[in-house]
Design a protein around this ligand. Structure first.
Ligand code: GLP
Length: 233
Protein backbone atom coordinates (compact mmCIF):
# COMPACT_ATOMS: atom_id res chain seq x y z
CA UNK A 1 0.00 0.00 0.00
CA UNK A 2 1.22 3.46 -0.84
CA UNK A 3 0.33 5.88 1.94
CA UNK A 4 -0.03 9.57 1.14
CA UNK A 5 -0.38 11.86 4.14
CA UNK A 6 -2.25 15.09 3.62
CA UNK A 7 -3.08 18.11 5.76
CA UNK A 8 -6.84 17.83 5.41
CA UNK A 9 -9.73 16.56 3.33
CA UNK A 10 -9.33 19.38 0.79
CA UNK A 11 -5.77 18.36 0.02
CA UNK A 12 -6.85 14.71 0.02
CA UNK A 13 -9.55 15.45 -2.55
CA UNK A 14 -6.96 17.15 -4.76
CA UNK A 15 -4.59 14.15 -4.54
CA UNK A 16 -7.35 11.69 -5.37
CA UNK A 17 -8.43 13.86 -8.28
CA UNK A 18 -4.86 13.89 -9.65
CA UNK A 19 -4.90 10.08 -9.59
CA UNK A 20 -8.21 10.03 -11.49
CA UNK A 21 -6.92 12.53 -14.06
CA UNK A 22 -3.73 10.50 -14.59
CA UNK A 23 -5.82 7.37 -14.91
CA UNK A 24 -8.10 8.96 -17.50
CA UNK A 25 -5.10 10.19 -19.48
CA UNK A 26 -3.94 6.58 -19.50
CA UNK A 27 -7.21 5.15 -20.73
CA UNK A 28 -9.32 4.63 -17.59
CA UNK A 29 -12.99 4.50 -18.56
CA UNK A 30 -14.73 3.14 -15.47
CA UNK A 31 -14.67 4.66 -12.00
CA UNK A 32 -15.86 2.79 -8.93
CA UNK A 33 -17.41 5.45 -6.70
CA UNK A 34 -18.24 5.74 -3.02
CA UNK A 35 -20.57 7.78 -0.85
CA UNK A 36 -20.23 9.20 2.67
CA UNK A 37 -18.62 12.47 3.73
CA UNK A 38 -15.11 11.40 2.79
CA UNK A 39 -15.24 11.61 -1.03
CA UNK A 40 -17.09 14.94 -1.07
CA UNK A 41 -13.90 16.99 -1.51
CA UNK A 42 -12.91 14.75 -4.43
CA UNK A 43 -16.31 15.27 -6.06
CA UNK A 44 -15.90 19.04 -5.56
CA UNK A 45 -12.58 18.86 -7.44
CA UNK A 46 -14.23 16.89 -10.21
CA UNK A 47 -17.23 19.20 -10.58
CA UNK A 48 -15.16 22.39 -10.52
CA UNK A 49 -12.69 21.07 -13.09
CA UNK A 50 -13.00 21.45 -16.84
CA UNK A 51 -12.65 17.70 -17.37
CA UNK A 52 -15.31 16.03 -19.48
CA UNK A 53 -16.63 12.78 -17.98
CA UNK A 54 -19.26 12.13 -20.64
CA UNK A 55 -17.30 9.18 -21.98
CA UNK A 56 -16.90 7.65 -18.50
CA UNK A 57 -18.92 5.03 -16.69
CA UNK A 58 -19.33 4.85 -12.91
CA UNK A 59 -20.23 1.91 -10.72
CA UNK A 60 -21.16 2.73 -7.13
CA UNK A 61 -20.47 0.53 -4.15
CA UNK A 62 -23.75 0.36 -2.34
CA UNK A 63 -27.28 1.53 -1.61
CA UNK A 64 -29.65 1.32 1.33
CA UNK A 65 -32.40 -1.29 1.03
CA UNK A 66 -35.78 0.43 0.80
CA UNK A 67 -34.55 3.76 -0.53
CA UNK A 68 -34.98 4.84 -4.15
CA UNK A 69 -33.40 7.63 -6.17
CA UNK A 70 -36.02 10.17 -5.12
CA UNK A 71 -35.32 9.59 -1.42
CA UNK A 72 -32.94 12.30 -0.26
CA UNK A 73 -30.94 9.92 1.93
CA UNK A 74 -30.39 7.41 -0.86
CA UNK A 75 -26.92 7.03 -2.23
CA UNK A 76 -28.30 7.46 -5.76
CA UNK A 77 -29.58 10.90 -4.74
CA UNK A 78 -26.25 11.73 -3.05
CA UNK A 79 -24.32 10.85 -6.20
CA UNK A 80 -26.67 12.83 -8.45
CA UNK A 81 -26.35 15.93 -6.27
CA UNK A 82 -22.63 15.68 -5.54
CA UNK A 83 -21.46 14.71 -9.00
CA UNK A 84 -23.65 13.48 -11.83
CA UNK A 85 -26.03 16.46 -12.06
CA UNK A 86 -23.01 18.71 -12.54
CA UNK A 87 -20.78 16.35 -14.53
CA UNK A 88 -22.73 13.97 -16.73
CA UNK A 89 -21.26 10.51 -17.20
CA UNK A 90 -22.03 8.14 -20.10
CA UNK A 91 -23.61 5.68 -17.66
CA UNK A 92 -23.91 5.60 -13.89
CA UNK A 93 -24.74 2.47 -11.89
CA UNK A 94 -25.90 2.38 -8.27
CA UNK A 95 -27.46 -0.79 -6.79
CA UNK A 96 -31.27 -0.74 -6.73
CA UNK A 97 -32.28 -0.76 -3.07
CA UNK A 98 -35.95 -0.92 -4.01
CA UNK A 99 -35.87 -3.96 -6.29
CA UNK A 100 -38.74 -6.40 -5.72
CA UNK A 101 -36.29 -9.26 -6.01
CA UNK A 102 -33.12 -8.09 -4.27
CA UNK A 103 -31.33 -11.39 -4.88
CA UNK A 104 -31.84 -11.03 -8.63
CA UNK A 105 -30.79 -7.36 -8.44
CA UNK A 106 -27.51 -8.41 -6.75
CA UNK A 107 -26.79 -10.92 -9.54
CA UNK A 108 -27.60 -8.28 -12.12
CA UNK A 109 -25.21 -5.85 -10.41
CA UNK A 110 -22.41 -8.43 -10.52
CA UNK A 111 -23.02 -8.69 -14.25
CA UNK A 112 -22.77 -4.89 -14.50
CA UNK A 113 -19.43 -5.00 -12.66
CA UNK A 114 -18.12 -7.74 -14.95
CA UNK A 115 -19.22 -5.84 -18.05
CA UNK A 116 -17.67 -2.61 -16.80
CA UNK A 117 -14.36 -3.58 -15.19
CA UNK A 118 -13.40 -0.87 -12.73
CA UNK A 119 -10.19 0.99 -13.53
CA UNK A 120 -10.06 3.12 -10.39
CA UNK A 121 -12.04 2.24 -7.29
CA UNK A 122 -12.61 5.07 -4.81
CA UNK A 123 -13.22 3.99 -1.20
CA UNK A 124 -13.89 5.48 2.20
CA UNK A 125 -13.72 3.34 5.32
CA UNK A 126 -16.12 2.81 8.20
CA UNK A 127 -15.01 3.26 11.79
CA UNK A 128 -15.21 -0.53 12.14
CA UNK A 129 -13.14 -1.07 9.00
CA UNK A 130 -16.02 -1.67 6.60
CA UNK A 131 -15.57 -0.95 2.92
CA UNK A 132 -18.70 -0.44 0.86
CA UNK A 133 -21.14 -1.86 3.37
CA UNK A 134 -19.07 -4.99 3.97
CA UNK A 135 -19.21 -5.18 7.74
CA UNK A 136 -16.86 -7.24 9.94
CA UNK A 137 -17.46 -10.92 9.20
CA UNK A 138 -18.16 -10.39 5.48
CA UNK A 139 -16.32 -12.87 3.22
CA UNK A 140 -13.16 -11.37 1.75
CA UNK A 141 -14.02 -12.86 -1.66
CA UNK A 142 -17.71 -11.92 -1.65
CA UNK A 143 -19.82 -10.60 -4.52
CA UNK A 144 -22.81 -8.21 -4.39
CA UNK A 145 -25.25 -9.11 -1.63
CA UNK A 146 -27.84 -7.83 0.80
CA UNK A 147 -26.11 -7.09 4.09
CA UNK A 148 -27.24 -6.28 7.62
CA UNK A 149 -25.75 -3.06 8.93
CA UNK A 150 -24.12 -3.14 12.34
CA UNK A 151 -25.24 -0.92 15.18
CA UNK A 152 -21.97 1.03 14.92
CA UNK A 153 -22.61 1.79 11.23
CA UNK A 154 -26.24 2.73 11.85
CA UNK A 155 -25.09 5.10 14.60
CA UNK A 156 -22.31 6.57 12.46
CA UNK A 157 -24.76 7.22 9.60
CA UNK A 158 -27.71 8.49 11.62
CA UNK A 159 -26.45 12.06 11.17
CA UNK A 160 -27.92 11.99 7.67
CA UNK A 161 -31.41 11.05 8.94
CA UNK A 162 -33.97 12.78 11.16
CA UNK A 163 -33.87 10.01 13.72
CA UNK A 164 -31.97 6.76 14.22
CA UNK A 165 -35.13 4.70 13.56
CA UNK A 166 -35.15 6.06 10.01
CA UNK A 167 -31.71 4.63 9.18
CA UNK A 168 -32.19 1.50 7.04
CA UNK A 169 -30.86 -1.65 8.70
CA UNK A 170 -29.94 -3.34 5.43
CA UNK A 171 -28.06 -2.40 2.30
CA UNK A 172 -27.10 -3.84 -1.07
CA UNK A 173 -23.31 -3.78 -1.29
CA UNK A 174 -20.70 -4.79 -3.77
CA UNK A 175 -18.66 -7.56 -2.14
CA UNK A 176 -15.04 -7.35 -1.09
CA UNK A 177 -14.10 -9.77 -3.88
CA UNK A 178 -15.65 -7.41 -6.44
CA UNK A 179 -13.94 -4.39 -4.89
CA UNK A 180 -10.58 -6.15 -5.15
CA UNK A 181 -11.12 -6.58 -8.90
CA UNK A 182 -10.65 -2.82 -9.36
CA UNK A 183 -7.32 -2.28 -11.16
CA UNK A 184 -6.33 0.54 -8.84
CA UNK A 185 -7.86 1.33 -5.47
CA UNK A 186 -7.79 4.74 -3.78
CA UNK A 187 -8.97 4.76 -0.16
CA UNK A 188 -9.37 8.05 1.68
CA UNK A 189 -9.85 8.59 5.41
CA UNK A 190 -9.88 11.73 7.52
CA UNK A 191 -10.21 12.24 11.25
CA UNK A 192 -9.33 10.60 14.51
CA UNK A 193 -12.39 8.32 14.45
CA UNK A 194 -10.85 6.46 11.50
CA UNK A 195 -7.44 5.90 13.17
CA UNK A 196 -8.18 2.41 14.54
CA UNK A 197 -9.59 1.21 11.22
CA UNK A 198 -6.57 2.59 9.34
CA UNK A 199 -4.20 0.90 11.77
CA UNK A 200 -6.01 -2.43 11.37
CA UNK A 201 -6.16 -2.09 7.61
CA UNK A 202 -2.46 -1.28 7.19
CA UNK A 203 -0.72 -3.17 10.01
CA UNK A 204 -3.19 -5.75 11.22
CA UNK A 205 -3.68 -9.31 10.03
CA UNK A 206 -5.84 -9.92 6.99
CA UNK A 207 -9.07 -10.97 8.63
CA UNK A 208 -12.80 -10.80 8.04
CA UNK A 209 -12.99 -8.92 11.34
CA UNK A 210 -11.32 -5.96 9.60
CA UNK A 211 -12.80 -5.94 6.07
CA UNK A 212 -10.40 -3.26 4.77
CA UNK A 213 -7.43 -5.48 5.65
CA UNK A 214 -8.28 -7.43 2.46
CA UNK A 215 -6.71 -4.52 0.57
CA UNK A 216 -3.31 -5.82 1.70
CA UNK A 217 -3.85 -8.55 -0.92
CA UNK A 218 -4.18 -6.02 -3.77
CA UNK A 219 -1.05 -4.78 -5.52
CA UNK A 220 -2.13 -1.22 -6.39
CA UNK A 221 -3.68 0.53 -3.39
CA UNK A 222 -3.18 4.20 -2.56
CA UNK A 223 -4.27 5.33 0.91
CA UNK A 224 -4.83 9.07 1.36
CA UNK A 225 -5.06 10.04 5.04
CA UNK A 226 -4.74 13.08 7.24
CA UNK A 227 -2.59 13.15 10.41
CA UNK A 228 -5.53 12.24 12.66
CA UNK A 229 -6.45 9.14 10.65
CA UNK A 230 -2.74 8.24 10.52
CA UNK A 231 -2.20 8.83 14.23
CA UNK A 232 -2.08 5.14 15.22
CA UNK A 233 0.28 3.99 12.46
C1 GLP B 1 -20.77 4.41 4.73
C2 GLP B 1 -20.51 3.91 3.29
C3 GLP B 1 -19.05 3.68 3.04
C4 GLP B 1 -18.26 4.85 3.60
C5 GLP B 1 -18.37 4.87 5.10
C6 GLP B 1 -17.67 6.06 5.75
O1 GLP B 1 -21.34 3.49 5.56
N1 GLP B 1 -21.24 2.73 2.93
O2 GLP B 1 -18.85 3.53 1.64
O3 GLP B 1 -16.90 4.72 3.27
O4 GLP B 1 -19.71 4.81 5.52
O5 GLP B 1 -18.45 7.21 5.67
P1 GLP B 1 -17.87 8.66 5.91
O6 GLP B 1 -17.02 8.96 4.75
O7 GLP B 1 -19.10 9.53 5.98
O8 GLP B 1 -17.11 8.61 7.19
Amino acid sequence: MEIIRVKNAEEGGKKAFEIIKDGMENGAKVLGLATGSTPITLYKEMTSSDIDFSDMTSVNLDEYVGLGGSDEQSYRHFMNVQLFDKKPFKATYVPNGKADDLGAACKEYDKTIDENPIDIQILGIGQNGHIGFNEPGAPLDGTTSVVDLTESTINANKRFFDKVEDVPTKAVSMGIGSILKGKKIVLMAYGENKADAIKGMVDGPVTTEMPASALQNHDDVVVIIDEEAASKL
